[in-house]
Design a protein around this ligand. Structure first.
Ligand code: PLP
Length: 359
């Protein structure tokens, strides 16, 4: 089956095979990864290895700390403003789609939030130009969503925010391209799309920002506690961290790093966008060409009935989970890092044939 789910999503086959080998007993340990203490030397090695691989892949500088947390990206929607909002300095939110709006919805509960740009008028089908952003130089931070998983628009460039720390939700595109980590105040990503299984959320935070959180916050919600305890302030999601380490290893050793991953992702997503563009009398892409996501390809067909037929015919060919998010409908093909080129080729061929047969 080629599974185009938006998340939890496909994992690389070598990662699944390694999990299968380790599941009954880790070599030399005699217990499985699910059964060992997070304080054991074996797990500490696994967590340090995952961190070292991520540091190397993303070129994380000394100025930044990697944390492995729980609660998904949704908890980050609250933790970020709880920790980073400063007295008298609002936060700027750039709303490029559903996830940006969700992030803002939680942030307003914590303090003053301003909207630096809102794509509502264009149904979130494009990103803002730098000149359209109303950024406040006095803001505590500016929040962006790197890839809007539902609408399929993605920042493949950085924005300029002066001295204001940029906070970015990379939940659905972390590791899809090299990222200049030094330009960000905080990067966060739940793992279950491009980096591993559900259960762990990675936060990469500039170390000076760790000092901002109020010590009176509930302990789990203070980034500083996690940084000081090397992400072991409470029992961490051990299995999910182990798998994330295997995904990082796959990216390093089998793909050859994030620049290679980006060119593969461009090749894969272009196969689908080309079919859409070559059949523009049939498929209607949601995103403007220069805002298109490498990860989530979103489009519509001429009618709901034809869409239904499309999903059924795709299922017949084992091309699964192509339905758009329940809030927007249409078709969404999620082609994360682990989706093989063969899967995307099969979908592109099917789309062309379906258009030929149903125009
Ligand atoms: N942000 C983005 C861009 C997402 O795609 C998602 C999940 O789909 C979330 C946040 C929420 O993540 P979680 O379900 O881990 O809280």
């Amino acid at each position: 089956v080629f599974n185009f789910s938006a998340g939890p999503a496909v994992l690389p086959l070598p990662v699944l095979e390694q999990i299968q080998r380790d599941m009954l007993a880790l070599p030399g340990v005699g217990s499985s990864i699910l059964e060992i203490s997070h304080r054991s030397p074996t797990f500490i090695d696994i967590a340090n290895d995952a961190k070292a691989r991520i540091t190397s892949l993303l070129n994380v500088p000394e100025t930044h700390e990697i944390l492995f947390l729980q609660g998904g990206s949704r908890l980050q929607f609250s933790m970020i403003p709880m920790n980073l909002l400063l007295e008298g300095k609002p936060a700027d939110y750039v709303l490029t789609g559903s996830w940006g709006k969700n992030a803002k919805k939680e942030a307003v509960k914590e303090g003053k939030v301003q909207v630096a740009w809102d794509g509502a008028d264009c149904s979130y089908n494009r990103l803002p130009k730098q000149s359209e952003l109303k950024l406040d130089p006095n803001a505590s931070f500016v929040h962006l969503t790197s890839n809007e998983t539902i609408e399929g628009v993605q920042f493949l460039h950085e924005i300029e925010a002066g001295d204001v720390p940029v906070v970015v939700d990379c939940s659905s595109d972390i590791f899809c391209r090299p990222l200049p980590v030094e330009r960000y105040g905080l990067i966060y990503a739940c793992a279950q799309k491009n980096a591993g299984p559900a259960g762990v959320t990675m936060v990469i935070i500039r170390k000076d920002l760790l000092q901002r959180g109020d010590a009176e916050l509930p302990g789990y919600l203070l980034y500083r506690n996690h940084a000081e305890a090397d992400s072991m302030w409470n029992t961490p999601p051990t299995f999910a961290i182990y798998v994330m380490g295997l995904v990082a290893k796959w990216l390093q050793e089998e793909i050859g790093g994030l620049a290679k991953m980006e060119s593969l992702n461009r090749e894969k997503s272009s196969l689908l966008y080309d079919v859409i563009d070559n059949n523009s009398d049939f498929y209607v892409g949601h995103a403007d060409a220069d805002s298109r996501s490498l990860m989530n390809v979103t489009f519509r067909l001429p009618s709901a009935d034809i869409e239904k037929k499309f999903f059924a015919a795709a299922e017949e060919l084992n091309l699964t989970n192509l339905k758009g998010h329940r809030s927007v409908g249409g078709v969404r093909a999620s082609v994360y890092n682990a989706m093989p080129l063969a899967g995307v080729r099969a979908l592109a061929d099917f789309m062309q044939q379906f258009a030929d047969d149903n125009k």
